[in-house]
Design a protein around this ligand. Structure first.
Ligand code: NDP
Length: 451
């Protein structure tokens, strides 16, 4: 490892990661983003290099993979694969969502778990990092099929999790319905009612504001960034992708703060409403996506607005872009289009939605660019607050939780400023978030010895 030149240090480290984790391209991308921004800092603080902290952080403490058999409504047998990557427990029990989507694989869960460790550290709450899920696709399945799958999945996962060990939550394809089925099966197997999952219903241990937290938090973060330039979200046109949990509540908060959200999408295409959404239209979207489990195209039919088949929203002229669907949804080319059209703020609701090229285009243009691990940390932060309420056996009010969420997002923003401010005043939020997230975990690992 070259200990003088940050570029060479990064190249050496990435050669090691690639050789050790062949074919896991999303994991390579997530590690590269971190090493690139940390290398100078590490060279100045060689104790972390000598203790091989980064190598150890990029190696999961434990990976669990298991078979998930289930029977559909017609009596046919299906097999899916379940995963849980328990990445790092230096500052608290493993914490991170479950994703049910046909495209997942081990490399994707490792990238998500690696990001989660740094994100959870940024929240200032005592949570380690993990991530998991299955290649099961809940789309087109009946409620009973989803329940049978969740019960089979939890029958194995329950051996590995617990309120002081590993506390999963939702992610793509895992919302309130799935958390309910998973929790029910855990409780039945263990005969105990504990806060083993977050994102639970409010009547049975869930926290107020948890469903809203990721979307709201991302908008709070965008507002904090805009404040540094004496500006605000008020009056801004906002392009949002996705139409699930994160996207819906991003729309809601943008509206509340006086912005104009104009787009949403799903894996089939994008809707563009030039007049912007309002609360009534948002209610329709929530009903369409959460109750009827329909497609976003139906919004275009109902409100007679353009629908772009198989397209993402990044060709739409906007001031603020909020990718809230999935990884690598903004290509380098799309980033250039956004910049050309005058976009000056990107706040990532999704995890790693910008490709390597897109991220560098945003950084080179010196716009306000917040990576997911900072901007979308509100979700896991309120999950942390749910864990606290479960342990204390009490429930905070909506206002109390929202206030704490705002404080946490402001605090993450301050940490990004502290570690990411460059000569000339530009704030590199990627660097700021990575260094701030890393230091806390690294110091805990150093203190705990070689484990
Ligand atoms: P949901 O399942 O509720 O919604 C996901 C949305 O993204 C849907 O509109 C879905 O469309 C779309 N989408 C999913 N996969 C793809 C794909 N491969 N290509 C195009 N569109 C896709 O998930 P969430 O809203 O919870 O999660 C969205 C993002 O936010 C993810 O990156 C997740 O990791 C991240 N995140 C979520 C948190 C949370 O609290 N839920 C916390 C922090 C980050 P379709 O219906 O067609 O599949």
């Amino acid at each position: 490892m070259n200990l003088k030149d940050p570029k060479q240090f990064t190249a050496d480290f990435m050669a090691y990661i690639q050789a050790r984790n062949p074919g896991e391209k999303e994991f390579h991308q997530a590690v590269l983003e971190v090493v690139e921004t940390l290398s100078e800092f590490l060279i100045k603080n060689p104790r972390y290099i000598h203790s091989k902290i980064l190598e150890r952080m990029a190696e999961p403490e434990r990976v669990i993979q298991f078979r998930v058999p289930w029977i559909d409504d017609n009596g046919n047998i299906h097999l899916n694969r379940g995963y849980r990557v328990e990445m790092n427990s230096a500052i608290g029990p493993y914490k991170g969502g479950l994703r049910f989507h046909p495209t997942v694989n081990l490399g994707i869960f490792k990238f998500l778990a690696f990001e989660q460790v740094l994100k959870n550290s940024l929240t200032s709450l005592p949570m380690g990092g993990g991530k998991g899920g299955s290649d099961f696709d809940p789309k087109g399945k009946s409620d009973n099929e989803v329940m049978r799958f969740c019960q089979s999945f939890m029958t194995e996962l329950s051996r590995h999790i617990g309120p002081n060990t590993d506390i999963p939550a939702g992610d793509i394809g895992v919302g309130g319905r799935e958390i309910g089925f998973l929790f029910g099966q855990y409780k039945r197997l263990r005969n105990e009612f504990t806060g083993v999952l977050t994102g639970k219903g409010v009547g049975w241990g869930g926290s107020l504001i948890r469903p809203e937290a990721t979307g709201y938090g991302a908008v709070y973060f965008a507002e904090e960034m805009l404040k540094t330039r004496g500006d605000s979200i008020k009056g801004k046109t906002v392009a949002i992708s996705g139409s699930g949990n994160v996207a819906q509540f991003a729309v809601e908060k943008v509206l509340e703060m006086g912005g104009k959200p104009v787009s949403l999408s799903d894996s089939n295409g994008t809707i563009f409403d030039p007049d912007g959404f309002d609360l009534e239209k948002l209610e329709y979207i929530k009903l369409l996506k959460n109750a009827y489990r329909g497609r976003i195209r139906e919004y275009a039919d109902k409100y007679d607005v353009p629908y772009y088949e198989n397209k993402k929203p990044w060709g739409i002229k906007c001031d603020v872009a909020m990718p809230c669907a999935t990884q690598n949804e903004i290509s380098g080319e799309a980033a250039v289009t956004l910049l050309k059209n005058g976009c000056t703020v990107v706040a990532e609701g999704a995890n790693m939605p910008s490709t390597y090229d897109a991220e560098h285009a945003f950084l080179d243009a010196k716009i306000l660019y917040a990576p997911g691990k900072a901007a979308n940390a509100g979700g896991v932060a309120v999950s942390g607050l749910e864990m606290t309420q479960n342990s204390m056996r009490l429930s905070w009010t909506r206002e109390e939780v929202d206030e704490k969420l705002k404080d946490i997002m402001k605090n993450i923003h301050s940490m990004c400023l502290k570690h990411g401010k460059e000569p000339g005043g530009f704030v590199n939020y990627v660097k700021g978030a990575n260094i701030a997230g890393f230091v806390k975990v690294a110091n805990a690992m150093m203190a705990q010895g070689l484990v």
